[in-house]
Ligand binder design. Sequence first.
Ligand code: SAM
Ligand code: SF4
Length: 374
Amino acid sequence: MKFFIKTFGCIQNTADSERIKAFYWNKGYEETDSWKRADLVIINTCIVRESAENRVYGLINLIHQFNVKFPISNDKKKRIKIIVTGCLAGLADKDKSGKKLAQLKRDFPEVSDFLPIEKISFKIDPIRDKKKISLIPISFGCSNFCSYCIVPFARGPEVSRPMKEILKEVDEVLKNGFKEVLLIGQNVNSYGADLMSNDQFPISNEMLVHMGKKRLRSSFHILLEEVAKKDLQKISFVSSNPWDFSDELIETIAKYPNIDRLLHLPIQSGDNDILKKMNRGYTAKDYLNLVKKIRDKVDGVRFSTDIIIGFPGEDEKAFQNTVDLCKKANFEIAYLNKYSPRKGTVSAKLYKDEIPQSEKKKRWNILNNLINRR
Ligand code: SAM
Ligand code: SF4
């Protein structure tokens, strides 16, 4: 029996797929690189933007058409079986009324199962795809509720993995010859705030207000230091958010040269009104002050970022504020996303998606030329 896995979306999904692969290998399946040759196709989904969601539906439909046209056998069980996991399955699973799952089953009768990723345990050794870097998830979910984002609904609140378990995984990848690790979390630098109540960390469980967000103190810098002490050439982490970028974290990065000097720090917008509507907490000035503070302390640091283009209310002036901030921050790379209203999020409920696609595209080109094509 052969399986094929298609992964959409972010690096967290890529890491999840490495465990899903191991799960099916352990069940006796072999991997194939063509879905047409597979008995089982697993689709690891992303629904962060409509375009990503449509690609998922497109693939389900394509496999379904293939099954109808070229049935391997008339016996239904021998047609290509489809399993959907990732954020689409997560969103349905987190809806306790069961209505979302029932709707998905009605819309996609050709899908055999909607598999929540939480069902795939961490006890499984992942089949690592990347030859140089090993991907190590350190937390799941997100408790931030940026107004545009579906992730907290699809993945649930932030849950951190125990530090011991993460450090054991780092030791294993070192033993297997890896020299680089990428620590992954939707809000990677709030790692550990949810573990504090278990007394796993020797720092106090106090509530802070930092950059407009009420936070429990994170222990990410403690974990990062433990990882940096090991014999690794490079340690990177994604995605960090400005409100959890503590002074202790900056000191840790400065102290260990094997921590990557390219830091990913999503800004999303350079306009204060838009940032407020996005529920991002910080202002453009807060962000620039943080960038300066990090540059002053960490030699050779560079920044990459995420920006949403055409969020409702982003007029010419607001967009210009983003352009101005980008010039000041001097980003090396920007991942540019055209705003897409996601059903169930606050921004989709409160604001009309009023910026035309053509205008979003124009603004996308301006930022792309400014940052990515220099
Ligand atoms: N947790 C990370 C963070 O905070 O940046 C990544 C979250 S999300 C999976 C990756 C990026 O998708 C976000 O940084 C944001 O720029 C973009 N994004 C999320 N929701 C979006 C939406 N509704 N429309 C357009 N882009 C969106
Ligand atoms: Fe989404 Fe914001 Fe959480 Fe990132 S921090 S996953 S953008 S809610």
